[in-house]
Ligand binder design. Structure first.
Ligand code: ADP
Ligand code: MG
Length: 318
């Protein structure tokens, strides 16, 4: 069999196994577990490019930045740089644990992380209506000050205080895609578009400039899968399968969906929760409608079994 290429998107939440165990060391253990399952895939003959989330991790970085500013007068870290920091740290833990796992199995294959910028359209309508809450809560006076001085968009969150919201625009372009191609062609396992990529816009001179926004990692991984013409798009998350009527008495776990079924279920609006499963299904639809053939949603420990068709939810073109 000719080597096949897969994109595996790892959930930021799946790198936190227990909400009470969130230290860097704990996250490293979680990364090591996921890396074992990805090593199984590589051992089974797959070439792999890895995308990952960063929701909880970027939250920790922002919190540190806020506390250091409040109590020590330190400079705050801008959101795009928090994203870059998280790509580096999460990428490091995946590249080290996966590389170690491959070495132990006698597989000679380099693993490397690319700090990745993802271009968004500055006219994306998401910028007119930022909805994604970021960072800690604050008092109204502080919120007003930041709105005036820094141009932040602030919203009051159900009596808990004021919080910054940013846009979540659609990813248009992976700036480092040439380097991604080069590394994949050289046999390297590439970790890229971490946290959905660092959002950048056109700087008007053919270059890029960072913006305060967040990109959905499922959307960015889908774009990556389309750009590198992956044969398979795997979304590794906290559930073994996808359900329709999720959480309801008539919940039904699915082994398989066609593209048409996925679109119909999504349109019904009752099956996939907004902000968690819905973006994954949308990401898969975009992949299948733009050259992709097959996608799989399962949890890290079941990737091997799901590839053999024993579990997971498979989404196929027809
Ligand atoms: P990730 O960090 O991997 O993106 P999310 O928490 O964003 O994880 O999304 C995965 C979660 O989506 C699952 O853990 C599950 O609780 C939830 N979910 C929502 N709707 C469904 C559904 N229809 N079937 C399965 N899981 C669902
Ligand atoms: Mg998610």
């Amino acid at each position: 069999m000719a080597k096949k290429l897969a994109v595996v998107a790892i959930g930021g939440n799946s790198l936190i196994l227990d909400p009470k165990k969130v230290t860097v060391e704990d996250q490293y253990i979680a990364a090591a577990q996921t890396s074992k399952h990805i090593a199984d895939m590589i051992e089974a003959g797959w070439d792999v490019a890895i995308g990952h989330g960063n929701g909880p991790q970027v939250g920790f970085i922002l919190r540190r930045s806020e506390l250091a500013a409040k109590y020590e007068g330190m400079h705050e870290v801008p959101l795009d740089v928090c994203g870059a920091d998280s790509q580096g740290a999460i990428g490091y833990s995946i590249q080290q644990t996966l590389q170690n796992e491959l070495i132990r199995r006698g597989i000679k294959k380099p693993v490397a992380t690319i700090v990745t910028q993802v271009k968004v359209d500055k006219n994306d309508k998401a910028f007119q209506n930022p909805t994604k809450p970021i960072g800690g809560f604050m008092e109204e006076a502080e919120a007003n000050k930041r709105q005036t001085e820094l141009g932040w968009n602030m919203v009051e969150d159900a009596g808990r205080g004021w919080r910054r919201v940013v846009a979540s625009p659609i990813p248009q372009e992976v700036v480092e895609i040439e380097s991604v191609h080069t590394l994949i062609n050289a046999g390297t396992v590439v970790i890229t578009v971490g946290g959905g990529g660092i959002p950048v816009i056109d700087d008007g001179m053919g270059g890029c400039v960072g913006v305060a926004a967040v990109i959905d990692k499922d959307f960015a991984s889908s774009l990556l899968a389309r750009l590198i013409k992956a044969d398979l798009f795997v979304i590794s998350t906290a559930v073994e399968k996808v359900a329709i009527n999720y959480g309801k008495p008539n919940e039904k776990w699915l082994d398989k969906m066609t593209l048409a079924e996925a679109k119909a279920y999504l349109a019904e609006g009752i099956h996939f929760a907004k902000g968690s499963m819905a973006p994954k299904i949308e990401a898969i639809i975009m992949y299948l409608e733009n050259g992709g053939t097959e996608a799989l949603i399962t949890n890290p420990e079941n990737i091997g079994r799901a590839l053999k068709g024993e579990t997971g939810t498979r989404v196929v073109k027809e």
